[in-house]
Ligand binder design. Sequence first.
Ligand SMILES: CC(C)(COP(=O)(O)OP(=O)(O)OC[C@H]1O[C@@H](n2cnc3c(N)ncnc32)[C@H](O)[C@@H]1O)[C@@H](O)C(=O)NCCC(=O)NCCS
Ligand SMILES: Nc1ncnc2c1ncn2[C@@H]1O[C@H](COP(=O)(O)OP(=O)(O)OP(=O)(O)O)[C@@H](O)[C@H]1O
Length: 198
Amino acid sequence: MIIGLTGGIATGKSTVSNIIKSQGIPVVDADIISREVVMPEKEAYEKIVACFGEQILNDDKTINRAGLGEIIFNDSEKRTMLNDIVHPAVRKEMRRQADAYLRSGESLVVMDIPLLFESKLTHMVDRTWLVYATPEIQLQRLMKRDHFSEKQAMSRIHSQMPINEKKELADVVIMNNGSLSELENNVLSLLKQTEKQT
Ligand SMILES: CC(C)(COP(=O)(O)OP(=O)(O)OC[C@H]1O[C@@H](n2cnc3c(N)ncnc32)[C@H](O)[C@@H]1O)[C@@H](O)C(=O)NCCC(=O)NCCS
Ligand SMILES: Nc1ncnc2c1ncn2[C@@H]1O[C@H](COP(=O)(O)OP(=O)(O)OP(=O)(O)O)[C@@H](O)[C@H]1O
């Protein structure tokens, strides 16, 4: 079984994914893969430089992620251009990693995909789990974690489908408005139920 783990920016996907990994369940992480596929030797890198110019590079020629983020989270056309370059490579690598885990005998694999609903990728998974925090808590967590101003945080939140809309689409909603230990208990009991079904 493949579970698609999603949420809004900073609602707690990575935190949940770490709990899942601590139980020995493999997680394929779209954010990690999206960093790997834009390394200088990769195909997507050249396309990004051609599209956004050398000014989005650091001195060591790697992509300046904060700088590129400032551009694409404030301009939906540029965001679509970046997505069109990066997403096909990410999808291909996610599929490859998930298949490898399944072939090696794992019965449960989790795919952590922030844009699962936006990119219409639900066909890649058997079930969807959404990590939910209220929009107010989401904003606070994002500002605190990334030291963003409210404006910077809101531009990122508005680049995604609103979390309350995602909540309507998910098979399972993991509430994350409380403490980290409550979250851990929720996730562990959800995993127990799920493992019985696989
Ligand atoms: C713009 C970039 C360079 C900023 O990098 P940075 O290291 O600051 O952020 P990071 O990649 O860790 O993403 C943090 C979160 O931002 C959100 N996010 C990232 N990209 C997007 C996007 N294109 N649209 C909406 N939300 C996004 C996700 O919730 C993600 O978890 C980077 O996010 C990127 O390359 N984005 C395009 C690829 C993408 O869509 N990645 C997300 C999943 S595949
Ligand atoms: N229950 C909680 N209580 C307090 N802080 C939390 C809780 N859950 C998550 N956090 C914190 O909120 C921030 C966002 O969580 P996390 O990084 O897991 O979100 P994410 O959904 O993976 O974000 P992104 O979309 O940017 O990858 C982190 O600093 C994390 O430590």
